[in-house]
Design a protein around this ligand. Structure first.
Ligand code: SF4
Length: 755
């Protein structure tokens, strides 16, 4: 299916005064017809808030050109409020909207000089100005000094030199002809060739408006519009998106046939102030039109993904986090419904063992992993495929093994494709493990939160060498660990999961002592313990070969390794997330060695922070390759990044976890990738809640993980789901799905044959 994008936006007409007088325009008005020359800051914020509350991502500032050069009222208002110019005021309002709502401003301020565009760059994610036409002799522009071809081209060029993601376009039917449109489109293509900055070109049809000089003109014939769209698609590089405003055409299918791939900004709360007589179409109508055409409608940010993902080049530093905060892994807009507001946090004065920052102020209502808001219902859905996603599923069905490219394509599924991928994965789940939902009764023991490592996502580690210096460092005594293991066994747990920070005083003997202490306290409990980092460090600090050390741990009682410390097994991403941790190869080598000595392990993947889907695909493929070699992995556990108290999020360098669509896809695609190799896919209810887990269980997952008495790590990152879940809760969930709940051992044996 082809993606057709649109930008959920709120329209802010900062001023309707304009020094130009174009023959087709009803937007510009004289001061006498306006209550105030400019919208006041509180009005701007009020409009933007309504947009944010309605799920918008963009604040579109549209305004007349340089009104202060024509109207004394404009000059007086600006002077009274302390602004040197309209652009000066626009800069301040963009900044205010970002701070108050997090919406991403896009400024349509007309023909601007280099310094004006530069002033707007730190407060806008993108800017725009229609070229309209390069004909200098059109009557409609006689009263418009800013509409000369030279002014328009100079603005386009300056935006390119400043690396501003730029939207431009042509007006069709204002007196120009086909050859003029070609000239304008070629000029835009030329500017893009020089600077690479044109993100989209709007092809807009002229419609006469009552009360304008051109009211008696014929509207742009549909054929001319469609021809202009086809010309744009032909002349512009394939990377430049082509848009036609959907409220200016009655029939949208021909626009798609002609080659548009974007419907531009659609506002759920404000009218199109430039074409107030033409209402925005409902998003659901657009979705249905796209669906009927074999396409899928996808929300985007005002800045297109190609630019958002190359932020150092295209975005001012001040805008990088606001863009990241609204992005999904592909640089498109987060598509979970609800309000997304900037997160404000406060330190908790006396933290206990959980998160040490609290989210304060107005809360977002959008779902995020670890949060208390239920995810949207994506499954069951109405599956539909076509295009590359469908072809890959057909290939897998025929027995082909999907590689990195194919898995990345599956991660790009949108709309009904998501249900198709999930349904396919669910069938593979039934084939592999039947209709049983499993869980393990276990207890987490995190023996220390003191750590010498500097993983930038980790809100758990404390101590003098940790990134996060707040909170109380602790180290449990060995007898406390033993007592907790004994209590867990007596409460019916069959597993203790032991992990912790890398304490500066630990050497490999510590981990051996932990195993012995646990086994002495609860001889039959399964010891599932120590990350690849812990055992690699333990062996290194003892100066002992890793495999030999793992063998000694096994002799001391260790039975399996958790797959944590994997994060994302893609080194460029690891260099950002955890630069001093084991590399991909070291993680794999550690698990290879563990499998060789007879210790099982699992694959975990933390996703949704800074990486893109290709990294998820690399992670799945390299662990799949190891599984082919050793067969030692028992399960895949997807760990959605919990952002709230994570240092990398608090320092504004990560997204706020995956979207729920991404969570669904990671579990479904993992099931597909590991087909015939790893039979178990776990839904981590700690991070996604039971309602999230319920959907994953019909999208490829078969296991609910542990009942987890004491789970500190997700809570330290801000997760709000409980610390322990009882069997009844899991039973009710499985029953709702018509499945049978079974308690399993760590290695997926059944309760009767424990350990
Ligand atoms: S993730 Fe583990 S190794 Fe990294 S800082 Fe946190 S506790 Fe230390």
């Amino acid at each position: 299916m082809t993606r057709i994008t649109y930008s959920p936006k709120v329209f802010i007409p900062l001023t309707q005064l304009c020094r130009d007088a174009c023959g087709y325009c009803t937007f510009a008005r004289p001061p006498a017809r306006l209550a105030s020359p400019y919208l006041a800051p509180d009005e701007v914020v009020r409009i933007a808030r309504r947009g944010a509350e309605s799920g918008c991502h963009e604040a579109l500032f549209t305004l007349g050109e340089r009104p202060e050069e024509r109207y004394a009222d404009a000059r007086a208002w600006l002077a009274l409020h302390g602004y040197a110019s309209t652009v000066d005021y626009l800069v301040a309002m963009c900044r205010l909207v970002i701070a108050e709502t997090g919406l991403l401003p896009h400024a349509n301020a007309g023909a601007l000089h280099h310094d004006e565009l530069a002033a707007l760059r730190p407060v806008t994610a993108s800017q725009g100005m229609m070229i309209e036409t390069l004909r200098a002799d059109l009557r409609c522009h006689h009263g418009a000094p800013d509409k000369t071809p030279a002014r328009r081209l100079a603005t386009l060029e300056a935006a390119g030199r400043l690396a501003i993601p730029f939207t431009t376009g042509i007006l069709v039917g204002i007196g120009e002809d086909r050859s003029d449109r070609i000239v304008a489109l070629e000029a835009i293509a030329g500017a893009h060739e020089r600077h690479g900055h044109v993100q989209e070109v709007i092809v807009q049809n002229f419609l006469p408006k009552p009360g304008t000089a051109m009211q008696a003109w014929p509207p742009c014939p549909p054929d001319a519009l469609l021809d202009a769209i086809a010309l744009a698609r032909d002349i512009l590089p394939a990377t430049v998106h082509v848009q036609a405003p959907p409220n200016l055409s009655d029939d949208l299918v021909p626009l798609l046939d002609a080659g548009i791939d974007d419907f531009g900004g659609i506002s759920p709360v404000t009218i199109d102030h430039v074409n107030p007589e033409r209402a925005w179409p409902e998003v659901e109508r657009l979705r249905a039109v796209c669906h009927g055409h074999g396409d899928t409608l996808v929300p985007r940010l005002t800045v297109y993904p190609e630019f958002a993902l190359d932020a150092p080049r295209w975005l001012d530093e001040a805008l990088r986090f606001p863009v990241l905060d609204r992005s999904d892994a592909e640089g498109l807009a987060r598509d979970d419904p609800g309000t997304l507001l900037p997160q404000r946090t406060a330190e908790i004065a006396q933290p206990r063992d959980g998160a040490e920052v609290a989210v304060v102020g107005r809360r977002s209502t959008i779902w995020c992993s670890g949060g208390s808001i239920d995810p949207p219902r994506l499954l069951p859905g109405t599956p539909r495929t076509g295009g590359p996603v469908g072809e890959i599923l057909q290939g897998v069905d025929a027995g082909q093994e999907p590689g990195i490219e194919e898995l990345t394509t599956l991660f790009s599924a949108r709309g009904p494709e998501v249900a198709a991928v999930a349904e396919f994965a669910d069938a593979l789940r039934a084939e592999a493990v039947g209709d049983v939902v499993t869980f393990v009764k276990n207890r987490n023991i995190n023996y220390t939160n003191i750590c010498t490592f500097k993983c930038r996502f980790c809100g758990f580690a404390k101590g003098p060498l940790g990134l996060n210096l707040r909170g109380k460092p602790y180290l449990l005594d060995m007898d406390v660990i033993a007592e907790r293991a004994r209590a867990a066994w007596e409460a019916g747990a069959t597993e203790v999961c032991l992990q912790g920070g890398i304490h500066p005083q630990f050497d490999g003997e510590y981990y051996l002592a932990v195993c012995r202490a646990v086994k002495a306290a609860a001889p039959d409990i399964h010891v599932h313990a120590f990350t690849a980092l812990e055992v690699t460090e333990g062996a290194r600090r003892l100066g002992e070969p890793l495999e030999k050390y793992l063998g000694r741990l096994k002799d001391a009682g260790l039975r399996s390794l958790p797959g944590t410390a994997a994060e994302i097994l893609d080194d460029p991403v690891r260099r950002i997330l955890c630069p001093d941790k084991v590399t991909t190869e070291q993680w794999l080598e550690c698990h290879r060695a563990a499998h060789r000595v007879g210790l099982a392990s699992n694959v975990t993947m933390m996703f949704g922070s800074v990486e893109q889907p290709v990294s998820w695909a690399r992670h799945l493929v390299c662990t799949r390759d190891l599984q082919k070699e050793t067969g030692g992995f028992t399960e895949f556990v997807g760990l959605p990044f919990v952002h709230m108290a994570s240092p990398i999020y608090l320092t504004r360098q990560a997204r706020r976890g995956p979207t729920f669509r991404e969570v669904v896809l990671v579990h479904a695609v993992a099931r597909i990738a590991y087909r015939g190799l790893i039979d178990n896919v776990q839904a981590s209810w700690v991070k996604i809640g039971l309602r999230g887990a319920e959907q994953l269980l019909i999208g490829g997952a078969n296991d609910l993980g542990g009942t987890l008495m004491d789970e500190n790590i997700s809570r330290a990152a801000g997760a709000e789901h409980g610390q322990c879940l009882d069997e009844q809760g899991l039973e009710a969930l499985a029953t709702r799905l018509g499945r049978r709940l079974e308690q399993r051992t760590t290695l997926y044996g059944r309760r009767a044959a424990l350990v």
